[in-house]
Design a protein around this ligand. Structure first.
Ligand code: UD1
Ligand code: MG
Length: 395
């Protein structure tokens, strides 16, 4: 209990320090040429990019300062020191630290997509090693309706490690591609963090309480520093959070979910990111042309955002493009305009999908609508995880 009170106090201090540091670091970023222009505004002011590095560093510093508090009693008695728990925490923090570095490198160097996939894969290795040494549990409980065919549980062996790597790579990139309007990257991360914290608090009473208190130790400083960042990134943004924040956030969620053994529940909290990723696949795999920016198009006349579009020329259209186009059209998933030579479709992001279905919106309203959807998905996750769980698993 005492450790949580101290964690709250440290996190509160981290909130105020982050809040205070962001404008100062923002000025340094502009001086260093690390800035962007808000594409959904008429003014072309320089807005500092990559300020997620401030909240990320403060979150890590809070976690480092907290180490003697959690492991203090163990330090007095070296025979009883919980080496495995300590290794878990250090491996988790190492992964988060690596992603902070990768994100910052991406903001400065604009890395290619292959590195965005390769580097999180390598960064996950320490986590997998600790998982192997401490748990090495690679068994899935089979939901009750499927037990007739598969039995009570299945041991998927090394595939479980592949699954954890995919989870880490996916969540590191998922927030970064559901981005481009003020407050959305940080807003969705706050909703996911709050959902994880609520879930951990509920589960503190279970026999898995150690895993959930481990998650809380990382998530509470994360939430505090992210809220400070949101204050500056909310509409109209005074700073951009950059890929630094997106990668570090995604990896933080993956670390707590893998070591806290709730990766399936995290999957439910990440439903909007999964939908956005699946919807984006034709552009990510270049079946449809993928422009550098897919964020919505701003109209200065109406002060509203409209779905941005990409052009497919009919002349050199591949069979795969035709197939996906027909599929998306049949299910009313795209807005298509066709003439003799080309077809223009909306860029395949959840943000544009909301715009084609709900009509043009102001930036603030669009961010709020998408965050409301994130909250609805989290509520559904709790519904599946609790009232409905007894239909799928033994309560
Ligand atoms: C990802 C998306 C890209 C989207 C971009 C927006 C994919 C494959 N990539 O690219 O489509 O356009 O994020 O972040 O889906 N910006 C704003 N307003 C904001 C936030 C960002 O105008 O609220 C603009 C600014 O010009 C900023 C730039 O986006 O400088 C940052 O883009 P960056 O993070 O470098 O893009 P990617 O992550 O590569
Ligand atoms: Mg980005």
């Amino acid at each position: 209990m005492w450790s949580f009170i101290l964690l709250f106090v440290l996190s509160l201090i981290a909130y105020f320090v982050t809040d205070n540091l962001i404008p100062r670091v923002g000025k340094l970023c502009i001086n260093a040429g690390l800035y962007g222009v808000d594409l959904c505004k008429t003014n072309k002011n320089k807005i500092p990019e990559g300020t997620g590095v401030v909240s990320g560093c403060l979150c890590l510093v809070t976690n480092f300062l907290f180490i003697p508090i959690i492991f203090g009693s163990g330090l007095m008695d070296t025979q009883q020191f919980p080496h495995n728990e300590f290794a878990e925490l250090l491996a988790g923090l190492l992964c988060i630290c690596c992603m902070l570095l990768l994100g910052f490198a991406d903001d400065v160097l604009d890395l290619r997509w292959r590195y965005k996939v390769l580097l999180p894969t390598i960064a996950t290795l320490p986590l997998l090693v600790v998982y192997y040494v401490n748990f090495n549990s690679t068994t899935f409980l089979v939901p009750i309706p499927l037990r007739h065919w598969f039995g009570v549980s299945i041991d998927i062996g090394w595939l479980y490690y592949f699954y954890m790597t995919v989870l880490a790579v996916f969540s590191s990139n998922a927030i970064n591609i559901l981005a481009g309007i003020n407050g959305l990257e940080v807003g969705q991360s706050v909703v996911i963090a709050l959902s994880i914290i609520l879930f951990n608090v509920i589960e503190l009473g279970s026999d898995q309480y150690k895993a959930h208190s481990f998650s809380l130790h990382i998530m509470i400083p994360y939430l505090a520093t992210t809220l400070a960042l949101l204050k500056h990134n909310w509409y109209p943004s005074k700073v951009f959070v950059g890929d630094t924040f997106c990668y570090y956030s995604g990896m933080t969620f993956a670390v707590v979910a893998i070591l806290g053994h709730f990766s399936k529940t995290l999957g439910l909290f990440l439903l909007p990111q999964i939908i956005n990723c699946v919807y984006s696949v034709p552009q990510l795999l270049h079946i449809f042309p993928c422009p550098r920016h897919r964020l919505p198009k701003y109209s200065a006349e109406t002060d509203l955002l409209y779905a941005s579009r990409t052009i497919i020329t009919k002349k050199d259209m591949k069979n795969s493009t035709k197939f996906v186009l027909n599929f998306l059209t049949a299910f009313h998933l795209i807005d298509k305009i066709e003439d003799d030579e080309c077809i223009t479709v909306n860029n395949l992001t959840l943000i544009n999908f909301f715009l084609i279905k709900l009509g043009p919106k102001s930036e603030l309203k669009l961010t709020s609508t998408l965050l409301l959807f994130q909250v609805l998905c989290s509520s559904m996750a709790f519904l599946i995880r609790y009232p409905m769980a007894s239909y799928f698993y033994d309560a």
